[in-house]
Design a protein. Sequence first.
Length: 237
Amino acid sequence: MPVQKSNNIDITELIDAKENIAPLVPIEILTSPFYRFDLSRHNPDIAHVDMGRPETLRKYIVDTLTKRRCGWGFGGWGEDRALYKSHPFFKDKAGDHSIHLGMDIWLPADTPVFVPFTGTIHGFKDNSGDHNYGPSIITENRIGDVPFYILFSHLKPNALDGVKEGTLIRSGDQIASVPSEVESTELPPHMHLQLITDLGEHDINFPEVARLSEKNKYMNVCANPESLLSPFMVKDC
């Protein structure tokens, strides 16, 4: 069954009303200055960054946050990222995967991650391996009778301890923590957040990066997850 747009669902209805939405991370972080990263192929400042050499991305992220005097940053939704081009994980016979479907949030290691909305655990998986997604959890939430999903990944390994499908989770419950650099395959501490209106045939294996040829197909069902942060953010750097 192909991925399709789910009943014209408008997630902003719930977010804009701020009904039962909790901060994704501690409020003192969300209300502190942040930097909006651009890791797309259109940014000349990252021409040297290559996922085949993770130290190049690590240096860029750390140096940028230090220079801007920001404690955290985010970005990436819908970006066409050339930095994936040299790594075999992002290649297959049908073409390179370069479209980032969610958002990376660069945070201090061990930052707690909370559930924005009350819902249930839809599924979870440990995607281990070099440059894979690490532990990931998908929650199912609803606007009326229409479901939508939040994918949390690049999580600390203990995020999956005791997790069970169907478990009720309440707005504000801690679901995970941000991994350290060692736990994050040599990348700076961060997590991946994705807002999905229709999982289609993928279920827990929904992709985080898609082929350029499939950009429209996936972006139609991946809403901008910045909407989960914006009700609480104050200013950028």
